[in-house]
Design a protein around this ligand. Structure first.
Ligand code: C5P
Length: 218
């Protein structure tokens, strides 16, 4: 029997991570935040003095990435880097290295290894199109750019960080454009993915939709 996978792809700050993590918890499935792998790779390169445009060196770092997910946090070589990888700077770095084919190839098998019984929920950009093309359910989760900027702003403020709404909106537009325009694994809704626009939806309602679609898909 194949192991169930729910993929939730979509643009940055759409809330897909929150929805995916909650669906995973409710189903008792594992959860993979694939964006965190790209963010960790970007941070690892920055710390090692490797340029984000140095494809071969970044891919080598990605292949041997000392990444670990535990206690709802992300670790690099044993150090908790949860706050650091969520910064806008590392987000931009992740987006830059994610456009490099050798880096994507280096992370492919690692992502597939998270598919373990009883199932996996994963979010990213190409989880349904490239990493798990045979997923049980594919969702494309999005929200308007203004709504996403506002959510990211409130998230930063609630953590006590400083935030600038126009700047966040500009970053979101830039990242969307780069993620959609790249030649490898561009961000787009696959024909077999179900569209979930959460602009006017609560997290609970979005989670309910995904669970209902999953039950339908079984
Ligand atoms: O989802 P998150 O914002 O954490 O992802 C950071 C960056 O990593 C994205 O902007 C995107 O360029 C890249 N990414 C990707 N493919 C994935 C997950 C993330 O290209 N599956």
């Amino acid at each position: 029997m194949t192991i169930a996978v729910i993929t939730i792809d979509g643009p940055s700050a759409s809330g897909k991570g929150t929805v995916a993590a909650r669906v995973a918890r409710l189903l008792g499935f594992a959860y993979l935040d694939s964006g965190a792998l790209y963010r960790l790779t970007a941070l690892h390169a920055k710390r090692g003095g490797v340029g984000w445009d140095d494809e071969a060196s970044v891919a080598a770092l990605a292949r041997a990435l000392p990444a670990e997910f535990r206690d709802d946090a992300v670790f690099l070589a044993g150090e908790c880097v949860e706050a650091e990888i969520r910064s806008e700077e590392i987000g931009m770095g992740a987006s830059a290295i994610a456009a490099l084919p050798a880096v994507r190839a280096a992370l492919l098998e690692r992502q597939r290894a998270y598919r373990q019984a009883p199932g996996l929920v994963t979010d990213g950009r190409d989880m349904g199109s490239v990493v798990f093309p045979d997923a049980t359910l594919k969702v494309f989760l999005t929200a308007g750019a203004d709504v996403r900027a506002d959510r990211r702003y409130k998230q930063l403020i609630s953590k006590g960080d400083s935030a600038n709404l126009p700047r966040i909106l500009q970053d979101i537009h830039e990242r969307d454009a780069r993620d959609a325009a790249r030649t490898v694994a561009p961000l787009r809704q696959e024909p077999d993915a179900r569209l979930l626009d959460t602009s006017d939806m609560t997290v609970d309602a979005a989670v309910e939709s995904v669970l209902a679609w999953y039950r339908e898909a079984l």
